[in-house]
Design a protein around this ligand. Sequence first.
Ligand SMILES: NC(=O)c1ccc[n+]([C@@H]2O[C@H](COP(=O)([O-])OP(=O)(O)OC[C@H]3O[C@@H](n4cnc5c(N)ncnc54)[C@H](OP(=O)(O)O)[C@@H]3O)[C@@H](O)[C@H]2O)c1
Length: 296
Amino acid sequence: MTVLVAGAAGQLGREMARVFADEWQVVALPRDELDITDQEAVLRVIKKAAPAVIVNCAAYNDVDGAEVEPVTAMQVNGLAVRSLAEAAKQIGAMFVHYSTDFVFDGETDRLHCESTDPRPQSVYATSKLVGEWFARLAPNHYVLRVESLFGGGEEPAVGGRLQSGSTLDRMVDALLEGRPVYGFSDRTVSPSYVPDVSTATLELVRLQPEAGIYHCVNTGSATWFEIARAAAGRLESDSDLLPVTIDEVELRAVRPKFCALSNQKLAAAGIPMPTWEDALGRYLAERQAMALGKME
Ligand SMILES: NC(=O)c1ccc[n+]([C@@H]2O[C@H](COP(=O)([O-])OP(=O)(O)OC[C@H]3O[C@@H](n4cnc5c(N)ncnc54)[C@H](OP(=O)(O)O)[C@@H]3O)[C@@H](O)[C@H]2O)c1
């Protein structure tokens, strides 16, 4: 069976293509092979590949950039999802799409469930919510909300830092190099390890629970500062750890404060997610092995 991965050069897309490749025929399409905003190309390419499953990892993810490029953000995160979902519907394919914790306003101290009402506070968040709505056009759809992805950076040919790394990837770069690390002490998240999200997606496709929205994050939550402290402890890093608050940093787009997600619905569907501490441990072991490999 064939799976088509759109946005295959991104951090999640690369890993998704790799995880599916063991059992599936993978058509992995980076942006230069399929621009998802090209409605005609989407239909043509999807009809030609005739996949059983379409996994959309493409997105406009620049949260602050979206405030000045709202049209592009809406085209990629919103309208293009309509084209993909409609194409999926036409060929009877399953459609898997990813959304974000940013659809919530974060004004709470309780875990968000799939039934919690979204209240996006930025252009990026609004565009992702529109994408969630359009994904429903495919009868057999899954919208997986992920959050603070990490562990999908590419190992560079030269030098120790990961390319196209996420916030946590960059924190670990700094910890390994002994540079100071800043972390929000008032933003609580449920980090999502890219390999765990990819494996969960493969399981979801296999188990095919009821269509709809699922929170696909590692279990538990912490502030970014707590995550930095946990990583520093495991790496025995000498870096200075500096807590900052959202108000202290000049940012164009609003950041929701409390965005921990409950993944109980996914667990009830037979896909329990490891804790973020477990995921962090595996990720740091991998980064240390990578750093050691470079020294040898
Ligand atoms: N990263 C996070 O922490 C996070 C948090 C919450 C939700 N998510 C969601 O998780 C999913 C995967 O995110 P990610 O972190 O893997 O993203 P990523 O690393 O930024 O990758 C996104 C990919 O989409 C491609 N892309 C952009 N516009 C496109 C277009 N018009 N047509 C085709 N491809 C296009 C990008 O190509 P270029 O590089 O050429 O632009 C990039 O390769 C997305 O839905 C994202 O919104 C991510």
